[in-house]
Design a protein around this ligand. Structure first.
Ligand SMILES: [Zn+2]
Length: 639
């Protein structure tokens, strides 16, 4: 068992020297109470969506304060689903104990412990939800179980999660179900798996997926390190990953090695559900990730590129997010609010590498990466919300943005912005590093010094903004503080634009790239953000209307449904056809629009046709982007 080296809270957000860290661990370990015994009985979850939880918690007479986790690492918001926790009962022997819920903190319970009692038994039911918030709807199907331990436990309120110990066990739906997890010490007896004693921090950092239809794909097994995909599906045919694509997945670990040069895991598990029934997901953990994709995720060539992106993104967090973590996200307790304002580093840089690594590993072409970046830039550059709120403010708003409506997000800004604008930012930083060093320094080089450092067991090494900037200045001296103050902390007219430094420029044409066409197909809607200034569903319901755009000037708004275009029934294709026709005819676009049962005619004065973003080469400027996108793993050759 490896306990996390240390954690910090907001008040002690300072990097502690490793010698002091060791002392802290020893001192607190001596004072640690006996482990909490936890049994998560998910045996009937596939049929009832209910999980039964039993705990035995050491206690002393008086009041025992217990908490249901609210701030779950990796979710960046107070999303612990307390509403699904039902029927709590606290007992000691045959005696039922009185309890109250804290009126000001509904996740906290006060249990009255009588004299002579040294432990409390707690039971509750977890009620699965089909329509919950992020990740919450993932629990069980007929063949898959997805366990995030934070949903199935109470722990002593105010306790340090790094030193609070649990001895967990899971009861599976069947003895023939296979379970994948990074939790240490599993012993399976029938349909029950008992694990060794571990810290609460490590427990919640080690989700478990199980299933009756499963397959393991070993990506790495060398020098004591292993990395595998534990895949769980609705049916066996969904797990028929071919050798060609398996070989590409095997390129992901060495591509990560090429960036970081060291690892903070010994045995890494991608816990991947491949299902048309279980909702998707993507949550990072130090030695595993909770990944969910569609039923074609391992068998359809186009979907596999997305799967590689999902896995690469979550894997990258093992270094950037889990090992090196902004100090305000490295809390000692799941009830303490997280400060999310540095997610433009944590998520932004991970978004960059989550797209870059699959390209280097051979899943996507450089053209696809360029098309992706063009769309990312264009979307942000058509977002009025950027003109009043900085990237830093967007990241700080994460706790409410993840659950915000997607409609009107161009004005609100969205959680997606610190991923996508962050991605452009880190491509720009990479371009800057390469330009000022004539190619001898790069973002990869910095990552080795800051996120890689040296092999370690799973542990948290927190940082502040000032420490991050100082490290970047040590690696490559530049006025990085001023750079970030301008691009991240200020409101800027345009998103970071790395393209010209890399030998490319952005243009708009009337041809959709494959990336955009695929997005439109997957979203089952239409995208005319860069032309009319609106987008919506396949049946014409508008999700966003960009202020100042032709659509907005014509009076279109959220709640409108376009039912006809130039007297023809609305469809995404019909809208495109008429927009192109109007370029030649000079006629405005005439729409019949339905709103709350009332029809009206709207005339949009727009004659420029469809517009889609692309990157094109700048003659005479070296193609540095090609250097960034080329394979970097040992032994690979650039094409
Ligand atoms: Zn992420």
């Amino acid at each position: 068992m490896t306990l996390p080296c240390f954690s910090v809270n907001r008040a002690r957000a300072v990097v502690v020297a490793s010698a002091i860290c060791t002392l802290l661990t020893v001192a607190t370990a001596n004072a640690a109470p006996a482990p909490i015994s936890l049994t998560v009985d998910a045996s009937e979850a596939p049929s009832t969506s209910i999980v039964h939880v039993r705990e035995t918690i050491p206690a002393t007479p008086g009041t025992l304060d217990l908490a249901y986790p609210r701030w779950v690492p990796g979710e960046h918001s107070p999303a612990g689903p307390v509403q699904n926790m039902a029927a709590p009962v606290f007992t000691s022997g045959n005696t039922t104990l009185a309890w109250t819920r804290d009126p000001l903190d509904v996740n906290e319970f006060h249990v009255t412990v009588p004299p002579g009692v040294s432990s409390v038994d707690a039971t509750f039911d977890y009620l699965g939800s089909k329509d919950g918030t992020y990740g919450e709807a993932r629990l069980a199907t007929a063949t898959i179980l997805a366990i995030n331990w934070n949903q199935f436990l109470l722990y002593p309120a105010h306790a340090d999660i790094g030193t609070t110990l649990f001895t967990p066990a899971i009861v599976l739906p069947g003895a023939d179900w296979f379970a994948g997890t990074a939790l240490p010490g599993p012993v399976k007896t029938g349909n029950t798996i008992a694990f060794g004693t571990t810290s609460l921090e490590r427990l919640v950092d080690s989700p478990l997926d199980a299933g009756s239809v499963n397959k393991q794909f070993m990506l790495l097994d060398k020098d004591g390190f292993t990395n595998e995909i534990d895949a769980f599906a609705d049916r066996p045919s969904q797990l028929e990953l071919d050798d060609k694509n398996l070989a590409k997945f095997k390129n992901i670990p060495p591509e990560m090695d090429a960036i970081y040069g060291a690892r903070h895991w010994t045995h890494y598990h991608f816990l991947l559900t491949v299902s048309d029934v279980m909702p998707g997901n993507g949550v990072e953990h130090t030695s595993s990730s909770d990944d969910g994709a569609g039923g074609d995720a391992l068998t359809d060539d186009k979907a596999i590129v997305g799967t590689a992106g999902l896995l690469s993104h979550e894997f990258n967090h093992s270094w950037d997010g889990k090992y090196r973590r902004p100090a305000d996200l490295a809390t000692t307790n799941f009830q303490v609010p997280e400060g999310t304002d540095l997610l433009w580093i944590y998520e932004g840089m991970t978004q960059f590498y989550g797209d870059l690594v699959p390209t280097r590993a051979g899943f996507g072409t450089p053209e696809r990466f360029r098309d992706d970046m063009a769309v990312v830039y264009a979307n942000l550059d058509h977002e009025p919300g950027r003109l009043v709120r900085s990237l830093s403010d967007d990241a700080a708003s994460a706790p409410f943005l993840y659950s915000a409506p997607r409609t009107l997000s161009s004005r609100r800004r969205s959680a997606g912005d610190f991923y996508s604008e962050g991605e452009l930012l880190w491509l720009d930083v990479d371009a800057q590093l390469m330009a000022m060093s004539k190619g001898t320094k790069s973002l990869d080089g910095f990552c080795k010094t800051f996120f890689g450092i040296a092999n370690t067991p799973p542990e948290v090494n927190p940082y502040t903004y000032d420490q991050f900037v100082a490290a970047l200045n040590r690696y490559a001296p530049y006025n990085w503080d001023a750079y970030f103050k301008f691009k991240v902390f200020s409101v800027t007219e345009h998103p970071p634009s790395p393209f010209e430094k890399l030998g490319w420029k952005l243009v708009y044409t009337d041809k959709q790239s494959d990336v955009e066409a695929m997005r439109s197909t997957r979203s089952h809607g239409f995208e005319a953000n860069f032309s009319l200034g609106t987008s919506g569903t396949a049946d014409g319901r508008l999700g966003d209307v960009i202020p100042g755009s032709p659509a907005a000037k014509a009076g279109l708004g959220l709640g409108d449904q376009i039912v006809a275009v130039d007297d023809r029934e609305f469809s995404a294709d019909e809208l495109l056809t008429e927009m192109k026709a109007d370029v030649k005819s000079g006629q405005p676009l005439r729409l019949i629009v339905k709103r709350a049962g009332i029809f009206r005619t709207v005339t949009v004065a727009y004659h420029d046709g469809p517009k889609y973003p692309h990157l094109v080469r700048i003659d005479g400027v070296p193609d540095t982007l090609a250097v960034i996108l080329a394979p970097h793993r040992a032994g690979a050759s650039a094409k």
